[in-house]
Write a protein of this length. Structure first.
Length: 509
């Protein structure tokens, strides 16, 4: 850490893609790529199961040579070791992702107990330690069961039947079909600079002591690299680099809630649109792709009846290739990415607490038309989260996620489920019309301080938490659930549950 009191330096790791201008022996490179698939596939088969859970890469080295050796397939031992090491890192990453999923399901099974809430609130008021709080509020049975599951998750995830079932649902032994890359560590290549922006990279080949020369358009290459054959048939180098970012350390006083949308990227709780017009760009992109694919299909059908092989070959090479098509897709994606990040940089310029929806789970059970599904598939939803994270790192902001259930169906004016969303507008029961994404952004901001709804709760539990305040609010204004339903204030699918809650509320009162 260097810098003044208000600023500090932090390192960011990123992966540049460097195209290969020329290769001395493409045939040998393709042969090495095919051979490197064998240790990758073998590692997944033998070490990617639950039996080898938590196995480190160093312990994997003496296991695989008993089955197959590098000399058996005429591959250099170093290339063999580097492929296995890279595969073990991929397996480890998959296991860590599984732990996150199972931890989420564990929190859903064992929610926060009343004792935990009292202990947390007591620690906020007092200045005592957690050990003192445990003496005053001992661990509840729910906490003990939850901690036991967490211990088993890291050590033996198949010991508990419920944990084993949830674990198997997410973590399945995988097989790899990766055959387009070669991994080189520092000793497997040498880099020599030719001009200001050109280097010669010599990588290890199939014969010991003989290397393959590659010409790259960059300034320097270091660390672990990957030599990859892309979908267009070209060679690329992937390497890891680090750069310093200046991050302010001052506390963020501004809080903002953001809601994701299709017509624009985000809508903030302050009423700001980020990347307005994104939906039009995505729709135009989707229509262009549909039109292009239809024409390509017609052309493929046309050449089936041709008897001239030369003409058929020319059409396949000049009209049905993928190079131009891929370049257009990359250009569209880069344009939309710049469009999104430009507006984010204009809005978030100082340390800010950003609250967003946790949309990592797929939306199931939605039957949409083909046109809508096509547009949603082209929607750059995967670009939204990296954009938020990148801007938050650059400005020293903090990014937190909340439970997304019913944020678009709640009324931000009353905090209840009274009102009706319709497209881009939300009509509250009192007649106030709000932009629907602005309403959702306000609800996201309010939910960040809601202690009753955590990010792991299922939507049915969130609905129950929200319907009870709705019943209380209707009682305070002198209305019953039936009257509110007749007036169109309540969604018909909530009627049965809210009537039951109303009976319970009046019975307790």
């Amino acid at each position: 850490m260097v810098g003044s009191k208000k600023q500090q330096k932090t390192e960011e790791v990123y992966t540049p893609v460097i195209p290969v201008v020329s290769c001395a022996d493409k045939t040998q490179v393709d042969r090495i790529r095919e051979l490197c698939r064998i240790p990758r596939d073998l590692t997944y088969k033998k070490l990617g199961s639950v039996k080898r859970w938590g196995l480190e890469g160093q312990k994997a080295d003496p296991i695989l040579p008993t089955i197959l050796k590098a000399t058996d397939i005429n591959l250099l031992s170093k290339l063999w070791e580097w492929s296995i090491s890279d595969t073990m890192k991929a397996i480890g990453a998959q296991q860590e992702a599984t732990k996150v999923y199972v931890a989420r399901e564990t929190w859903r099974k064992y929610l926060l107990s009343p004792v935990e809430k009292e202990r947390t609130n007591w620690l906020k008021i007092t200045k005592l330690t957690k050990n003192d709080a445990l003496l005053k509020f001992p661990l509840s049975e729910t906490e003990i069961l939850r901690e036991n599951l967490f211990d088993l998750l890291h050590n033996d995830p198949i010991a508990n039947p419920w944990l084993h079932r949830i674990f198997r649902k997410q973590y399945q032994r995988c097989h790899t079909f990766v055959k387009n890359q070669i991994v080189y560590q520092k000793g497997g290549y040498s880099c020599k600079r030719l001009t200001r922006n050109t280097v010669t990279l010599e990588v290890a080949g199939l014969s010991k002591g003989k290397r393959i020369a590659l010409k790259l358009k960059c300034r320097h290459v270091s660390g672990q690299i990957r030599l990859i054959r892309n979908q267009q048939g070209g060679l690329e180098i992937y390497c890891v680099r680090q750069r310093l970012l200046t991050v302010p350390t001052e506390k963020s006083a501004k809080e903002i809630g953001v809601a994701q949308s299709y017509t624009e990227e985000f809508y903030t709780s302050y009423g700001d649109e980020i990347a307005a017009g994104l939906g039009k760009l995505m729709t135009a992109k989707s229509k262009r792709i549909v039109s292009t694919e239809r024409n390509r299909y017609r052309l493929r059908s046309y050449i089936k009846d041709l008897h001239d092989p030369i003409q058929v070959k020319n059409i396949w090479e000049n009209n049905l290739g993928h190079k131009v098509k891929s370049r257009k897709l990359q250009r569209d994606r880069a344009t939309i990415q710049n469009f999104i990040r430009r507006d984010l940089k204009k809005l978030i310029t100082s340390p800010t607490r950003i609250f967003a929806e946790n949309l990592t789970q797929p939306i199931t059970g939605k039957q949409q038309s083909k046109a809508i599904n096509r547009q949603l598939n082209q929607w750059m939803r995967g670009e939204l989260q990296p954009s938020r994270e990148k801007i938050s790192r650059e400005t020293g902001s903090t990014l937190s996620v909340v439970n997304p259930a019913y944020t678009s169906q709640m009324c931000s004016q009353t905090g209840t489920l009274l009102g009706k969303p319709d497209g881009d507008v939300f009509t509250a029961y009192i007649g106030v019309v709000i932009q629907s994404d602005n309403n959702a952004a306000l609800n996201i901001l309010y939910r960040s301080s809601d202690s009753e709804i955590n990010r792991w709760m299922k939507y049915a539990e969130v609905r129950k938490v929200l319907l009870l305040p709705t019943v209380r609010y209707l009682t305070s204004i002198g209305k019953s659930v039936t009257e509110a339903w007749d007036l169109g204030w309540i969604n018909p699918k909530f009627k049965a549950e809210v009537l039951r809650l109303e009976d319970e509320y009046h019975r307790q009162g």
